[in-house]
Design a protein around this ligand. Structure first.
Ligand code: PGA
Length: 248
């Protein structure tokens, strides 16, 4: 199955104008066409400048409102993101689910709004340590992702990111066998709910303390189609080795 790898950076609440040189350097390293898609999702305030700093490179956002417009103080619509040049948006990240009480239904609604506004989406899922230790990780994550998907599940416009919460920003990567099991389970559940073709074409990214040193092992797994990278996406020096691992 020839799914293109996708390596996406998530800058979270990091980055000001003086950091844009990193985006330029990352975009230059990503340029060599090798079957790998690369994107960086920056804070709202940097989107327009990041697009200008890296022409032709995919810049994304980290959240979007479910409504097209309206009285939503402090929120951003898909049309606004597209207007400044964003091409993709992360929805349902565990940090948004935890800190902003976003549910699966909220995530699905945001994904719908993003797609309707012309953005591609990365839909996130992942279990807590408590759920993993209770032996319920696979069932919980499969239910969570199915309930978080947009109404139209088109692998050409979206990717899924599996990010165990306990592996995010902690330096702990999930066991390779656990990653392989989860990604295969998500794909099998997608096949059941949305058909074999959709499942076969859907990119399922791993996220949680991905670094240059562990990326190759993750990318060698059959059902791992790239990564969503937080801390190690902030500098070209750390992010480019991950992109290179996906190309190999
Ligand atoms: P991390 O974050 O790579 O810093 O663990 C991943 C994410 O939250 O997307």
């Amino acid at each position: 199955m020839a799914r293109r790898m996708l390596v996406a950076g998530n800058w979270k609440m990091h980055g000001v104008r003086s950091d844009l040189g990193e985006i330029t350097a990352i975009s230059m390293a990503a340029e060599t066409e090798n079957g790998t898609d690369v994107a960086v999702c920056v804070p709202f305030t940097l989107i327009e400048r990041a697009v200008a700093a890296a022409p032709g490179f995919v810049i994304g956002a980290q959240d979007v409102h479910a409504s097209a417009k309206g009285a939503h103080t402090g929120d951003i619509s898909a049309a606004m993101l597209a207007d400044v040049g964003a091409e993709i948006v992360i929805v349902g990240h565990s940090e948004r689910r935890a800190a902003h009480h976003e549910t699966n239904a909220d995530t699905a609604a945001k994904a719908d709004a993003a797609l309707a506004g012309g953005l591609d989406v990365i839909v996130c899922c992942g279990e807590s340590l408590e759920v993993r230790e209770a032996g319920k990780a696979v069932a919980t994550v499969c239910d969570q992702i199915i309930a978080s998907l947009p109404g139209t599940v088109d692998p050409a416009r979206m990717a899924i990111a599996y990010e165990p919460i306990w592996a995010i920003g902690t330096g702990k990567v999930a066991q390779p066998s656990d990653v392989a099991e989860m990604h295969a389970a998500i794909r099998a559940r997608l096949a059941k709910e949305h058909g074999d073709e959709t499942a076969a074409n859907m990119r399922i990214l791993y996220g949680g303390s991905v670094k240059g040193e562990n990326a190759a092992e993750l990318f060698a797994m059959e059902d791992v189609d790239g990564a969503l990278v937080g801390g190690a996406s902030l500098t070209a020096a750390q992010f480019v080795p991950i992109i290179d691992a996906a190309k190999n």
